[in-house]
Design a protein around this ligand. Structure first.
Ligand code: FE
Length: 199
């Protein structure tokens, strides 16, 4: 049986949220546009910035990277990020010969403390099924064409384990500061549906 944590959005819960949102809007207590803005902020800006800091630290500090790959949860906590849906983090490292990609085939398990809220496509049925069957094809749709000899590994997040990808550091960025590095790390590169490119 799926646990509570795995079934992130029960139809009943969704209905209740919708009902609450309608009621609050009707009473003039919330502005739906402001709510969309708030969700967008967590989905695209605040959330993934945490993960970007983790990636930048790992690129800049080999000792930190070692700890991150060894015990993701505590290395992430070193930077102050922890919480619900991030209790058991596993970091998978991209190398010149291996590209990692994450999915939750069952629902939408996602590492909230480092990536924020999952994007809509991550929760969609086509991504969930096709990421496993045809990862190369899915990557192509995201604009990522990998060399045929690069192995693609797909990691299925569960209630127990949440994955995050440590992307490959782009060439020519060795001299950049940690803050500058964090700025070039976008959300999708930590899901594995994008690669990081030098600015
Ligand atoms: Fe899930």
């Amino acid at each position: 049986m799926a646990s509570y944590k795995h079934t992130a959005a029960l139809p009943d819960t969704v209905l209740r949220v919708k009902a609450l949102e309608s009621l609050l809007t009707e009473k003039g207590l919330i502005d739906p546009a402001a709510l969309d803005e708030l969700i967008d902020t967590y989905e695209n800006r605040i959330g993934p910035r945490n993960g970007a800091q983790v990636v930048a630290r790992a690129w800049a500090d080999p000792e930190y990277k070692k700890r991150l790959l060894d015990d993701g949860t505590s290395a992430i906590l070193e930077l102050g990020f922890s919480g619900v849906q991030g209790e058991d983090m596993v970091i998978v490292e991209n190398t010149p010969s291996v590209h990692n990609m994450i999915v939750c085939t069952l629902c939408s398990c996602y590492p909230w403390p480092v990536l924020g809220l999952p994007p809509v496509w991550f929760k969609s049925a086509p991504y969930r099924s096709r990421a496993v069957i045809d990862p190369r094809g899915v990557l192509k749709e995201f604009g990522v064409e990998l060399d045929p000899d690069i192995e693609i590994r797909v990691w299925d997040s569960t209630a127990e384990t949440r994955y995050m990808v440590l992307p490959l550091q782009p060439e020519g960025t060795d001299g950049m500061s940690e803050d500058e590095l964090a700025d070039i790390v976008q959300r999708d590169s930590m899901i594995g549906t994008a690669v990081v490119t030098a600015p």
